[in-house]
Each structure stands twice: as structure tokens, then as C-alpha cells.
Design a protein. Structure first.
Length: 65
């Protein structure tokens, strides 16, 4: 596995975690984090291959479910 592929996987995992934490109501506390979905999709569109879009879309849907 080359380093570019590994960095893409790490960034996708980080964006999925960021979306899950900020969209989900399971991690609510006294301080609510703002929704980071738009930022995650913009960063994914700029840095990741096209396959990351459907993956992040599924994560967003599952976080709302």
C-alpha cells in the first residue's frame, strides 16, 4: 500500500468519525458541537477519490437514523 492510499484511508476515517460525532445525538453533552457535514463533504471532494462521497453519505444517513 502506498502512502497516498494510506493517507486517503486515514482522512476518510477521520471525516467519518467527525461526521458521526457532530451529527449523532448519541454523543450529546452540555456543549453541542456544530454539524461538520458540509466541511467533511467539501474536504472529501477536494482530497479524496469519488468513492468517498457515497461512503460519507451512508455515514451521514446512519448517524441520523
Amino acid at each position: 500500500m502506498n502512502t497516498t492510499h494510506a493517507k486517503s484511508i486515514a482522512l476518510c476515517a477521520l471525516l467519518m468519525l467527525l461526521m458521526a460525532v457532530t451529527r449523532s445525538h448519541h454523543f450529546d453533552s452540555l456543549t453541542h458541537l456544530p454539524d461538520a457535514s458540509l466541511a467533511a463533504f467539501l474536504l472529501a471532494g477536494f482530497y479524496l477519490p469519488f468513492i468517498a462521497f457515497p461512503i460519507l453519505l451512508v455515514v451521514a444517513g446512519l448517524a441520523d437514523y
